[in-house]
Write a protein that binds this ligand. Structure first.
Ligand SMILES: [Zn+2]
Ligand SMILES: [Zn+2]
Ligand SMILES: [Zn+2]
Ligand SMILES: [Zn+2]
Length: 506
């Protein structure tokens, strides 16, 4: 909910009734009073400077944040028939019957341009996006092929992991503006044709079915499966090595960033130490931060994770954090959470890696001279060296999960610009709860001044909260041109229709 300026938001009272506040900070525009649509410029870019704009600067999310009825918010019901505020829920009055929820302007479905030719597109952001996808797919595929060869992963599992990552990358290409067609992620036509023949369902469903988690999280899961859950050092090392291979050309030599939009910045793991009873320690459970470039893309992924993927308790904490800025989830003692940021350093010339890549340096210098690699090959000459740096939890995580023992412990509270749910902690804690139902049963929920005051034995995610996530997801999807049908469909990679890794085994 960041980035909106109050003075660019339409006044709900003015739009649907009349505004009695003579010093109202919201916009009073008559030009859009009759419209039932949301202004797309305002929705996507969070501002619209068109004075004659005829569509509303209001969305469901903004109406909940600024105009939601206070009685509905805190007591879960409003008993005032003429209440001028926004009501998300239907209200029942004995004398008048049921009053439906207030209407919400609709985000129009967009038709976007297709990107015709990548080479002619000089836009560095687009180039980076395509290279990131290409690089990510390439590296994970050879990683899975190797794991299958070594017998550490069955062919079916390897295939399912790869399909899921492929589907997610194609999905993000498909909701990009302009649309990045699947074939652009492959250097050679032949490769693209082979893959689409091997995995027809991926290429059919990337623009009808939603992914359920970010690509780096899928990779992380595969690494854990390959390395074994008790091998934390091995898992981290393996992830570093993979991340290092996915570095795109650093913009400057001092850059400590990966540059690949699909690679997460933070890796986290957590475990439960049952101090008071058995002194037993659970496995380590891993998570990575949401790796999606772009605000809307990240929102889409976080909302999918909340609605579809994460343990209910984690989704609840994210929703409550989002709308009530409240502490939510109390874990039984002691849950430990360890987070690291991946940082990339330039290798010193004496280190291996530089000499072996020296040859590339020439090709980069002459890359204008018609290389056959379609500009997708990783031309990183200075291979970056990836390592881990301890990362304190952010303010949002401390709010959502206040009694966890964090390593390193938080010393100052940075003010995060990211959303509740963007952090690696959510994924790893969700895994911990799925893996250990006995911990989930001992969770405490404590939520103040919200509509969720009733204490229940089991943690339930109230429909109202998930409804908000679903409406934002739908609004975002419509605005990026994704075809939202009657219900949201999710891609299931476990259906094996071919043996795609075959040809790499010869
Ligand atoms: Zn007003
Ligand atoms: Zn507008
Ligand atoms: Zn009300
Ligand atoms: Zn955090």
């Amino acid at each position: 909910m960041q980035g909106y300026k109050v003075e660019n938001i339409d006044c709900f009272y003015f739009q649907y009734n009349h505004c009695t506040n003579s010093q109202c900070n919201f916009q009073h525009r008559a030009s859009c009073k009759d419209s039932s649509e949301t202004c797309l410029d305002w929705f996507r870019h969070r501002k619209c400077r068109n004075n004659k704009c005829s569509r509303k600067h209001l969305s469901h999310e903004v109406m909940v944040a600024y105009f939601l009825c206070k009685a509905e918010k805190t007591r879960n019901q409003c008993t005032q028939l003429n209440c001028p505020m926004y009501h998300e829920k239907a209200r029942q009055f004995i004398e008048y019957g049921i009053v439906p929820p207030n209407s919400v302007p609709m985000v129009p479905t967009v038709k976007r341009k297709k990107m015709v030719d990548l080479v002619q597109h000089e836009n560095p952001r687009l180039q980076n996006f395509v290279k990131s996808g290409y690089q990510f797919l390439n590296k994970v595929r050879s990683f899975f092929v190797n794991a299958v060869k070594k017998g550490k992963l069955t062919q079916d599992r390897g295939g399912a992991y790869f399909k899921e990552i492929l589907h997610t990358v194609l999905f993000f290409g498909g909701i990009n503006d302009p649309i990045i067609e699947p074939n652009l992620f492959f250097g050679e036509r032949e490769e693209f044709e082979q893959l689409s023949a091997k995995y027809p369902d991926v290429f059919q469903k990337y623009n009808t079915h939603l992914p359920t988690r970010p690509p780096y999280t899928v990779l992380l899961n595969a690494v854990v499966e390959i390395m074994g859950t008790r091998n934390t050092d091995g898992i981290l090392e393996c992830l570093l090595d993979l991340s290092e291979q996915m570095v795109l050309e650093p913009t400057n030599a001092e850059s400590s960033k990966c540059g690949n939009v699909f690679v997460s910045t933070v890796i986290n793991y957590c475990y439960f130490l049952n101090l008071h009873v058995t002194n037993e320690k659970t496995d380590d459970y891993f998570g990575a931060s949401v790796s999606c470039k772009g605000r809307q893309q990240a929102e889409i992924m976080i909302d999918i994770l909340c609605c579809q993927t994460w343990h209910n308790a984690i989704s609840l904490a994210v929703c409550v954090g989002n709308w009530y800025k409240n502490q939510t989830l109390w874990f039984p003692p002691d849950v430990h959470s360890i987070a690291h940021k991946i940082v990339y350093k330039r290798r010193s010339p004496s280190e291996p890696g530089i000499t072996s890549n020296n040859q590339d340096e020439h090709t980069v210098a002459g890359s204008g001279g018609g290389q056959k690699t379609s500009g997708l090959e990783n031309s990183t000459t200075l291979r970056q060296h990836a390592c881990l740096a301890p990362r304190q939890p952010c303010e949002r995580c401390i709010t959502m999960f206040p009694d966890i023992i964090y390593h390193p412990s938080p010393e100052y509270h940075e003010h995060p610009y990211w959303e509740y749910g963007n952090c690696a902690e959510c994924e790893s804690l969700s895994q911990l709860l799925y893996g250990n139902p006995q911990i989930a049963m001992r969770l405490g929920v404590f939520v103040q001044s919200t509509s969720l005051q009733s204490q229940t034995e089991q943690i339930l995610l109230p429909e109202g909260l998930i409804y908000r996530k679903l409406s934002r997801l739908t609004e975002n999807l419509r605005s990026v041109g994704f075809n939202v049908g009657d219900e949201l469909l999710f891609y299931d990679p476990s259906y094996i229709d071919s043996t795609a890794l075959e040809r790499y085994q010869h």
